[in-house]
Design a binder for this molecule. Structure first.
Ligand SMILES: [Zn+2]
Length: 74
């Protein structure tokens, strides 16, 4: 006889759905520091502080065209 360690009220499907709703592998990351705190630059390059790239990292202030997607360790 096998005892289940999963509670009776544990909804596995629900847990999976919840987990997949915020998949880490689909988060956009900074290619420099791999942080997810990146900002899409929506304003026009009207200031002299403009640097190339559509995105800016809020952590290391790197500018880049395309954020990393997926696990940087993969
Ligand atoms: Zn960064």
């Amino acid at each position: 006889m096998t005892e289940s360690i999963i509670p009776d009220d544990f909804d596995l499907e629900k847990a999976r759905a919840k987990r997949s709703s915020t998949p880490d592998e689909k988060r956009k990351r900074c290619p420099e520091c791999h942080n997810t705190s990146i900002i899409r630059k929506t304003s026009k390059p009207s200031t002299d502080r403009y640097e190339e790239g559509d995105w800016r990292c809020d952590i290391c202030c790197a500018h880049f065209d395309e954020p990393l997607r997926g696990d940087p360790g993969a």
